[in-house]
Design a protein around this ligand. Structure first.
Ligand code: SAM
Length: 327
């Protein structure tokens, strides 16, 4: 009998964000400092065997969805092999991936074959110089990655754009057109005060209610839905296939429907993106915990899941960068 993972606020947890590395080949200014190198030692990353064990245990407790993230997950060596192992776990019905797409053109086919069905790509600008200023990377690589993802048959492909005042707020309509042209889904995200970088970016914060009102002047937005278990509120653009999602952790938080936990690359289980509550699983795994004990630890960890983040009330609370938790 599956014992469902229910937290103290009666939320059922069925989704794990699995970070496979905290390293990244970009330095988005709101996420990681420019010259940041203080990453976790690879010896401290969960091995593929350990990841398979933890996700397997979660699966036996009712988790059905896993999103692979990071850092940049495509920088983890042999990622398709790990994907294959997670996809083969009988409980896991939905395996998706978040990437910056810089290395996606070379890996798209292998990841698709290994079992990733849906993919999210971060893209904050369609202008090469601006993209470089935001991320330190090359936009042409991301375009190549996106085209490779299309060719490999990922569906849907979602573009994640962090909406930022005085950074990319003149590009929202262009991004809508780009996504209509390519058959992508578009999601706007509010900046979050995660780590010093996220807090520094708070000056660029934009309330997405205003972005939605602005888009509604040019596009007819009809309330819609989108499968995937995420927190976005979706609208369909009339006369097109495009769906636009708004992810509003700050202006309208969605903690009451939170169905997820996050496993970081070093094996720390975080119960909330915006709080410090966590359980270190790696020492337990390396001390020889058995499967029943592991499941017991996961069930007990859920008791620590806080009711909600406090990004507004306590913006200085989260000291770790987004790339460390797994965004
Ligand atoms: N490297 C992958 C990617 O680019 O999608 C996965 C990890 S990345 C940390 C996940 C998402 O977090 C990206 O869409 C990124 O834009 C977002 N992100 C990072 N820091 C953020 C912040 N302070 N506020 C809002 N979104 C943030």
């Amino acid at each position: 009998m599956v014992q469902p993972l229910i937290d103290p606020f009666n939320r059922k947890i069925e989704y794990v964000r699995l970070s496979v590395t905290d390293r990244c080949n970009l330095r988005c200014f709101y996420c990681l400092p420019k010259r940041f190198r203080d990453f976790e030692e690879p010896a401290n990353w969960l091995s593929f065997d350990e990841v398979e064990r933890v996700i397997g245990a979660f699966g036996e407790l009712g988790v059905r969805r896993v999103r692979i993230t990071g850092g940049e997950p495509l920088t983890r060596k042999n990622l398709p092999h790990l994907v294959q192992r997670v996809a083969a776990l009988p409980a896991i019905e939905d395996l998706s991936l978040s990437t910056n797409a810089v290395n996606l053109d070379r890996q798209a086919q292998a990841l698709r074959r290994a079992g990733v069905s849906r993919i999210n790509v971060s893209l904050d600008s369609l202008k090469p110089a601006r993209f470089a200023a935001i991320t330190g990377g090359h936009l042409d690589k991301v375009f190549k990655g996106l085209m490779a993802a299309k060719a490999a048959g990922f569906a849907p492909i979602k573009i994640n754009m962090v909406a930022m005042k005085d950074v990319n707020d003149d590009e929202f309509e262009d991004m809508v057109d780009f996504c209509i042209d390519h058959g992508f889904t578009l999601r706007f995200i509010e900046t979050m005060p995660v780590g010093d970088t996220g807090r520094e970016a708070a000056g660029h914060y934009l309330d997405l209610q205003q972005v939605k009102q602005r888009l509604a002047r040019r596009f007819e937005l009809i309330p819609g839905v989108m499968p995937g278990g995420g927190p976005a509120r979706y609208f369909q653009v009339k006369g097109s296939e495009l769906r636009i999602g708004f992810i509003t952790p700050i202006s309208q938080h969605f903690c009451e429907t939170c169905n997820r936990v996050r496993l970081s690359a070093d094996g720390t289980l975080y119960l909330c993106l915006g709080q410090e509550h966590s359980v270190a699983l790696r020492p337990l795994l390396r001390d020889g915990i058995n499967d029943d004990e592991l499941k017991d630890v996961l069930v007990k960890a859920l008791a620590l899941k806080p009711e909600r983040h406090e990004f507004r009330e306590k913006p200085h609370q989260v000291v770790r960068f987004m790339a460390m938790t797994g965004g």
